[in-house]
Design a protein around this ligand. Structure first.
Ligand code: CA2
Length: 143
């Protein structure tokens, strides 16, 4: 069975608990359950990780890129800071879709730049939890 990797970055384990006006009311478990339902229908298996630590995300890309056919990543705040995650993705041969719940271009100027987007197949920003679902469906259809 094809495997797809899902990585949630820092603070996303707090989803649904604060700032629902920006990030919606779904918890991370809710989003992961929606993704598992899609995966079941598409006959793919998911590896789902959340980390608040940049190095753990770099390690996960190294460990999983060989045996997964795609990656959906919300790098959260590391989007705007992390050359390390960018370099890990650039060196990996895994098609990656960058997802943001909020529209980062409608927010503070420091969120307008992504170090990650140029090494991704595409970016989805501002569609809430649906963005993850769309990214997963794209990766299922692509391979
Ligand atoms: O819109 C997104 O998905 C972001 O990646 C979320 C990040 C933010 O730094 C990016 O600019 C855009 C922040 C995730 C923090 O999530 C929280 C959720 C609830 C309570 C506190 C933080």
């Amino acid at each position: 069975m094809k495997k797809i990797l899902i990585i949630h970055g820092p603070n996303l384990n707090q989803l649904g608990k604060r700032e629902p006006d920006i990030y919606g009311t779904d918890t991370l478990d809710d989003i992961n359950q929606q993704l598992q339902a899609i995966a079941q229908a598409e006959s793919v298996s998911l590896t789902i990780l959340q980390s608040n630590h940049e190095g753990d995300i770099v390690d996960a890309i190294h460990v999983h890129e060989q045996d997964h056919v795609g990656l959906v990543i919300n790098p959260a705040a590391f989007t705007h800071t992390s050359i390390a995650i960018r370099d890990a993705l650039a060196a990996a041969s895994i098609p990656t879709v960058e997802v943001h719940l909020s529209n980062i271009y409608q927010r503070e100027a420091f969120r307008h730049h992504s170090y990650i987007s140029s090494v991704c197949v595409g970016q989805i920003s501002g569609l809430g939890a649906y963005g993850y679902a769309a990214a997963l469906r794209y990766l299922c259809a692509r391979d």
